[in-house]
Design a protein around this ligand. Sequence first.
Ligand SMILES: [Zn+2]
Ligand SMILES: [Zn+2]
Length: 427
Amino acid sequence: MKLDLSEFAKPCACGREHAISVKEIILEAGALRRIPALLEQYGYRQPVVLCDENTLEAAGRAVRGLLPESGLIVLNPENLHANEHGVTMAEEGLAACPAPDVLLAVGSGTVHDITRYIAHKRGLPFVSVPTAASVDGFVSTVAAMTWHGCKKTFPAVAPSLVVADTDVFSRAPQRLNASGFSDLLGKYTALADWKIARAVTGEYLCDRVCALEYDALRIVCAQPEAIRAGGAEACEQLMYALLLSGLAMQMVGNSRPASGAEHHMSHLWEMEAINGRVDYYHGEKVSVGLVLASGVYHRAAEEIRKGAFTLREGMDIETALLEKSFPDKAMLAEILDENDPNPLAGVTPDAIRRALPDILRAVDEIPSPQELTDLLTRAGAVKSLAEIGLPDAMLAPAARLSPYVRARLTFMRLLKLFDFARDIYSL
Ligand SMILES: [Zn+2]
Ligand SMILES: [Zn+2]
């Protein structure tokens, strides 16, 4: 399957000329075998392969066999995360290798984020070799890292090449590909959040980018059972959809099209401020965030349709709540910094009332929690708090706190101005 990247980078009705920094994406069975010729074609002579012990078996060894002169860094997968420890381990490995002119990330999300971060820091290009269709961030321009306990996105480089071998990622553990399915399904709430922000504040939005994400959603929603079964064709389609979503992010230069309230919940749990360890895959946390956010959004839409509500005249940051919820001083400082300026500043009741028809339309496009649960079940993905080790009572704190982890207006954030919001969370 060839992705024609010139299709993405062309002048657009939104007024922007979208830039795509990936030069080539190879998505097919046996793609690994093309790596030596590709590196040669792009003038890369001294590659270093970065993987962990699992992805070494899945593809790293095969890549190394094709590039016998390359450096090799194998990270210990135990407790491996995209954080300062992961980066230090990789840097130590790199110090023992001959100076590279390109890095190859052979792995899933974590290996990619670590490689992407180091590549950016050292001004090196990197090649993405995904070993599972587990996230949509392979072609992302930012690295999602947990830095000293706080979830942050860092500017980083997008891969210059993607070599996605169907023979490799279709054999990934079912749980990983199910996570990819969930990460993609999260676009339902992410896109609604983007449309609602545009309706209320006039934030930039590109219809072509939205259409691309809906294409990706249609592709995976048509075949959840086949993705669960790990069929090569279905997994290739899932990878294609994830890459489309990544390209959508590249087109606008940030994660707006792909990350909304559902990702904010996932980020909140990863910070482990109001909960203990949540050692689950990115997509699994997004999955649960999606079902919860859909529930809140649909109940809010019902209340809006009843018409009997009042709106606050603006709202400050809930400082006391944040101080109580984030006792760690450094983490609290990050959160307060992220919320300055306050995304709700300047949002008037009038602006919200004018946007209500658009808000309701955007929420109507999100499947109900029941429909989402059904799709997720068919794909073998997780969907409940209990499945990621969190209590049912997590809904209310997650709904209240998660909007603060990112300076991004979502419907979840906007709901703070509606008088019925608290009743909805505590249902
Ligand atoms: Zn556009
Ligand atoms: Zn994601």
